[in-house]
Ligand binder design. Sequence first.
Ligand code: OGA
Ligand code: MN
Length: 206
Amino acid sequence: MTTLSRATLDQLLDDLAEQGWAIVANALPADLTLELAQECRARANQGALQPAGVGRGSAHGVQEGVRGDHIQWLEPGQCAAGDRYLAMLDDLRGQLNQALYLGLEDYEGHFALYPPGTFYQKHLDRFRDDDRRAVSAVFYLNSDWLPEQGGALRLYLADGRELDVLPDAGTLVVFLSADLPHEVLPATRERLSLTGWLRRRGNSPL
Ligand code: OGA
Ligand code: MN
């Protein structure tokens, strides 16, 4: 089974508890990261990725001035690499519940591809009418990313600092969905990721 190493998990749990975010480089075996990147590219080449929407219910729609990524949801049973990734996240879910009593019940996530020049404006990952998303987890799939290529994830920390994270292959960023505003800066090359959320039980009537 694919899991994060014990040392990586302990650091991640400490950081998340103390500061509300954690960054792990080389989180997964390189062969799995490469397979996930190939899967994302294959889906893009097949035309399976669709422009991502903004908002929920009747307010839902594509707004390229807000976010310009193309996405497809990752479901169990679609591909071996995807299933290994889902297994890792399910393990992480259990560890977060054990250590931090978060009561996380499930995961939803998608492949995302940002074409050059596209971005995602500053936002929070929790919908006004749906507070199930508790922990955001973004895993990057881009080999040899250079700072001058842009495309950083910019985190707006509680102490007023801004922290830019490069979307380099193997980097996993985890943060509390309700607390941490963030944005995706435009890049000069395609930017691939697997982005998702560990969710609590819903308490909003739909
Ligand atoms: C998102 C998001 C961050 C990233 O999809 O909500 O903030 O670095 N993604 O891709
Ligand atoms: Mn987000």
